[in-house]
Every structure is written in structure tokens, then in C-alpha cells.
Design a binder for this molecule. Sequence first.
Ligand code: ADP
Length: 479
Amino acid sequence: MKKILRRTRAQLAASLETGLAGTFYWDIPRDLIIADENITHYFSLPRAAITEGVPIKHILPAIYGGDRTRVRRSLTAAIKNAIGYREEFRIRLPDGDIRWISARCTIRRDADGLAIGLSGLVMDITERKTAEEALRQSEENYRVIVNQSIAGILKVDFSGSIIFSNERFGKMLGYRVPQLLELTVTDIIYEADIDRNAVLFERLVNEGAAYEIEKRLLCNDGSVIWVNNQISPIFDPQGKPHSAVIISVDITRQKAVEQQKDEFISMASHELKTPLTGIKAYGQLLNREFRHIDERQSATLIMKLNGQIDRMVKLVYALLDTTMISGGELGLQKETFDLNLLVEEQLKEARITGPTHHFSHRPCSRPAISADRERIGQVLTNLIGNAIKYSAEGSEVSIHCENGEHRIKVSITDDGIGLSADMQEKVFDRFFRVGAPAPAQGFGLGLYIASEIIKKHDGEIGVNSTPGNGSVFYFTLPV
Ligand code: ADP
């Protein structure tokens, strides 16, 4: 016991020396405060405070103006009620420095219960107060940012329950925030988009993978809005995800404009298709006629004209495909066929369109596959065509087909200009072409359509490339 007491005293003495704490005793009937070195310094007391004591009035001037009345009041109340108290207030040091102080006092009472003495322990808590203030300000900043944000912000736990929402998200859906806190995300997602979202949310729960999704949400009044959501996991100190933050932007208007644009492209390309088919037929007829009467120059001109018409026809069909894709109308006519034969057919065509290149083909060992033959042919035409377009004459284009356990992989390798990592991410986007000057003619639709066709088959499409060293475009198909 003695040992513990000694240690406690030693600790107290040490902390007093570092200036973090101090003690005093106030003899109330004699109004004398006896203080230690620290208190005497902190409160700018006369040195007599250490030896014979000084009246309480010497303490008060050091207390920061705004806090003085409060401290005086609680001191008076403590004496009157003969109970201890605890206060936090600011003092001004002799050098003008302002410090935060915590004072804890206990009261000594006489036999009648009257307060006759007050012993106090005073601690400098400036650092804690500064940290608290910084935290408060930082929280305040975040609250303002979250509430002023033009994006909806919400937090959900892994059961999907909404545990936080900012005002904006409530407004987007026509709910008050407390109403939202009683819902789960499934309650507000448009039914047709629930499964697509669930797959990604499950990956976030299991692997902590953030994701972005465009989907529809149900409003309180039954209407539907389109949003772009960025979903990020929140991790516990052990690095395990436990909830998610969602930043949600209303893109309903943008979607409507996109839809209008698609409808226009669809209508225009349908309208163009009919006259173009006619022009092409007349062109071929004229070409035959001129050859028949041996008008070679005119026949050549007509052939060139037909070449341009073919380009237009391709564009119109590509545009029709993109509108079908965005309208969710890209249907597949699946059949079982030999993929090696399809590649051979494509290469035969390629040897005609790109006679300047060398082609090689490593076939698959088990080439039977169930897929839409025409659409897969379209993918191959595009990938082989690009390999020719974006590589030098005389270089090699090789097609490699390999069987995996559950899939077939086809790779098209060229020795051409290649693509930077940045471009590789974007080439499958609609209308994307590598920046000006465009190295070859094209519309930036081919790879977009190819990737949608492969995705529709539950396959994958991708590219590996280094600028200047050629590219390998590949796709896989389930078997
Ligand atoms: P495009 O009709 O413009 O060729 P694609 O969608 O087929 O449209 O291709 C998009 C862009 O990707 C092209 O403009 C080109 O810049 C780049 N690209 C496609 N294939 C290759 C390739 N094999 N090598 C280098 N760049 C390529």
C-alpha cells in the first residue's frame, strides 16, 4: 500500500513538473488559497500563494473573460451546496498564451455539513480541446459538403438497409430522410435493374470491390428516375468491408436526350437503308452494262462509286446495330457450328480485302460452338479488319484459337501501331476513335458493337497492346 502511495505521489510530482497539472487547497473560512508551483504560474498568483496563501480573488483575473462568470457561479454553488464539481475553462498565462484547463474540486465539510475547504486538481487540456475543435470543424465541413452536394449521398449496411441519406437524395426520390431510413435499397431500385445491381453489390460485400452503375430508381410517387451511382466500401480497422457509401447523380434528362438521339439515328438509318439498297443495285447494274459495252473507264468509275456505297451501307448497318443494342433489342440466333470454318471463311474474305498482309491461323482442337454464327462472324470481320487497318503493309495478322475448360478463346494478333493503356480502356466505347489525326477511316462503332455481341453471349472481350508493338485483341465464348 505504502509503495503504491509513493508511486502515485511520484507520478503526480512528475506531471506537476511537466506543467500539465497542479493542485491547490482553498481554506474557505480564512479565504486563503495554498497552491503549488504550477498553479501559481498558470494563474499568475503572487509567490505568497505557495507559502502562506492568498485570497481567492487573485485566482479569478487569470480566467478568460468569457468563462469567468460561469466559473465563479459554479464555485459559489459548490460552496453553498457543499458538493464537488468539475469545470472546463480557459485561462490567460502571463505570456498571453490562452490554455484550456480542467478543474476538478472536492469539498471538505464541517460537522454541520458546511463547506470549509476545497481541494482542486487542475489539468491543462489544451491539446485535447484543440483536437476536439479540429474534429468538430472537420465534421462541420463534411456535413456542409454532404448537405450542399448536388449528388445524393447515402450509406447502406450489408443487408441493404439505408443508414444515412443526405437531403438531396431524399429530394431526388420525393422522400423525407427519416422515411428513407426505414427502407432498403431493394425497395427503391426499379425491378428490372435489381439483379444486375445485386451481382455487383455482392462482389463489394465479399471482395470490397467498388463499382459504378447506371440504373433506375423508384420514386415515392411511383415515377422512375435514372441515376449514375458510384458505390464504395467502408472498411473496419481490420480492413474488412462492413458498409458502403453511394454517390448518386440523377441522369434522367441525359438519358432522355440519349434516347431521343438513338431514336433519331434509328429512324434516319432505317430511312437511308431503302434508297441505299436501290442505289447499290443500280450501281452494280451500271457496272455490268459498262463492262458489257467495254466502256472500261466508266466501269472503273462506277466500281469506285460502288465501293463508296458499300462504306455507306456498312455505316448504316453499324448505326442500326448500335440503336438495337441501346434499345436492348440485340437478339441472338444461336446454332451449333464449327468456329474453325468460320475463321477460315473470314480469312478468305480478308485475303481479298487486305491482300497486302500475311495471314496465319492456329485452329482450335474442339471447334464446335453454340452461338450466333452471323454475329460472331461480324466480330471477326471487325477485329481482322482493324488488324489490317492499323498495321503496315506486308506485316502478319495471326488468328489463334484455343480451347479452355469451359470456353473457347480467339486472339487476333497484329504487328501494327498498337494502343496506349489509356486507349485500351476506351476502345470498346461507342464512337471512340483514337485522337486526331485518325490513322485510318472508320466510325468508332466496330469494337463497341463487337463487345456488345460478345457480352450478349456471356463472353469476354479485351485487348493487350503496347504502342508501336502491335495489339492482341481477344474474345472468349462459353462452350
Ligand atoms: P473504327 O471504325 O474507327 O476502326 P473501332 O471501334 O473498330 O472503330 O475501333 C476504335 C478505335 O480503336 C480505332 O479508331 C483505332 O484507333 C483503335 N483500334 C482498333 N483496332 C486497333 C488495332 N488492331 N490496332 C491499333 N488500334 C486499333
